[in-house]
Design a protein around this ligand. Structure first.
Ligand code: MLT
Length: 315
């Protein structure tokens, strides 16, 4: 009976509202992508209502655990990013295995990061910032969204590239961190352009550099130097977002979600919102679930050694 009911359920999917869990605080880059994507998914999913639920904490491992343990019926999904490839190296007791405890629905986008400072920081460009960092060793506060977050990974790489330890201040997401940065409570942060573009345009923070190997095309970001060109050899980090369902979600439900995701990624409205914030939608080939799974495995292999070299662990 159980098998038929799962089969029957898959046939009528989606018959109920779908929840997309965002494992960071509302208002941040992950939340931004999720809310814009939920908008674009509604029509391809037959008008079903899509609820975005923020379950923050521990660099996305709390929200990710919630979805790993959810009923495998396609009605609870996880939208997460590069943290899916950094958590395995950072948490010794993760209650899930990234590579086996999720069904991979598909990749969404790639998002550059920017290094930004509080508006009162007495350094107007990267060169002046390196002088200020050297003069203020031991007194620098770097905001992030917890161990494993994109802002954490970039901050870790920045500290080891500069050989300067900074006090890291973790938040439930980079939205609350941004509030404190603009208020001057913290000095620096490495955050995705989806969250920083407006603040940079509004001169609410000082922008120093971008983390991609190439300059960006967004008008307000195109003059920012890359960290690589600013002397940090090989410094390159781009954040990517993907959609996941709990392991055991029926294959045809995952396929229906992947088809709807592909349609949403072709939605001109969604593309326009993403591009205005410096994000780039993945190419068609990369939208396949199998590609998503392969990519995450490669990213786990890539970032593990980087994190271990930087020597930060958490239980
Ligand atoms: C991150 O640093 O991982 C993200 O910015 C977290 C968030 O979406 O707030």
């Amino acid at each position: 009976a159980a098998v038929t009911s799962l089969f029957a359920q898959a046939q009528t999917f989606p018959a109920n509202p779908i929840t997309i869990v965002v494992p960071f605080a509302a208002g941040g880059p992950t939340d931004r992508v999720a809310r814009d994507l939920a908008e674009a998914l509604r029509k391809p999913l037959g008008g079903v209502s899509i609820i975005v639920s923020n379950v923050a904490g521990a660099g996305s491992s709390i929200g990710s655990t919630k979805v790993a343990r959810a009923a495998p019926d396609g009605y609870t999904l996880l939208l997460n990013h590069i943290a899916m490839s950094t958590m395995p190296a950072l948490y010794r007791n993760l209650p899930f295995k990234v590579e086996t405890d999720f069904e991979y629905v598909g990749l969404i986008n790639e998002v550059p990061m920017t290094l930004i400072g509080r508006p009162t920081l007495p350094a107007k460009n990267f060169k002046e910032l390196t002088t200020w960092l050297t003069q203020n060793k031991g007194k620098i506060n770097l905001g992030n969204a917890g161990l494993g977050a994109a802002s954490h990974l970039c901050g870790l790489m920045f500290q080891s590239a500069m050989q300067i330890d900074m006090t890291t201040v973790p938040y439930g997401g980079t939205a609350p961190a941004m509030t404190d940065l603009m208020g001057g409570q913290i000095d620096l942060m490495c955050d995705q352009t989806t969250n920083t573009t407006q603040q940079i345009e509004g001169k609410k923070v000082i922008a120093y550099a971008v983390t991609t190997s190439h300059a960006l095309t967004t008008p307000s970001l195109k003059d920012l130097p890359t960290l690589q060109a600013s002397g940090l050899k090989g410094f390159e980090v781009t954040i990517w977002h993907g959609l996941y369902a709990p392991k055991g979600t029926p294959a045809d439900v995952v396929a229906k979600l992947n088809t709807a995701l592909k349609a949403a990624l072709k939605d001109p409205e969604f593309i326009k919102k993403e591009e205005a914030l410096g994000a780039v939608i993945v190419t068609d080939k990369r939208m396949e679930s199998a590609e998503h799974k392969k990519f995450v495995a490669a990213e786990i292999a890539k970032w593990g050694p980087v994190i271990k070299a930087a020597g930060t662990y958490a239980d």
